[in-house]
Design a protein around this ligand. Sequence first.
Ligand code: HEC
Length: 86
Amino acid sequence: MKCLVVSFFLASASLFIAGCSDGVDRINIVEDKCGKCHKPDIVYLNKKSKAEWDRVVYGMKVRGLKISEADEKILMQELYNKLGSE
Ligand code: HEC
């Protein structure tokens, strides 16, 4: 399992270096903070309204997400802008 996790991180790092060739507009904080419990990829699957993103990120904090207030502000703006449904 450890190896799987490490290789996943290496794979996503090389994707990142390759210039995000999968066509997804990746968000640095998502890659950094949201890949700890699940793949960061699931974050990009569905666009959501602001209220929905608020709820999702709140839910992740309840589950154990650690994020500074400053990073959270940037994260929310990025989610609203790049993955917003309104
Ligand atoms: C502490 C662990 C943890 C971290 C860190 C985490 N998540 Fe999650 N996330 C989960 C778990 C567990 C689930 C799956 C099941 C569920 O929804 O209860 C999940 C599911 C999701 C889903 C799919 C379900 C839905 O409600 O749409 C999204 C989207 C999501 N996470 C976004 C994020 C984002 C964005 C971040 C970073 C800001 C993040 N997660 C960080 C634990 C985490």
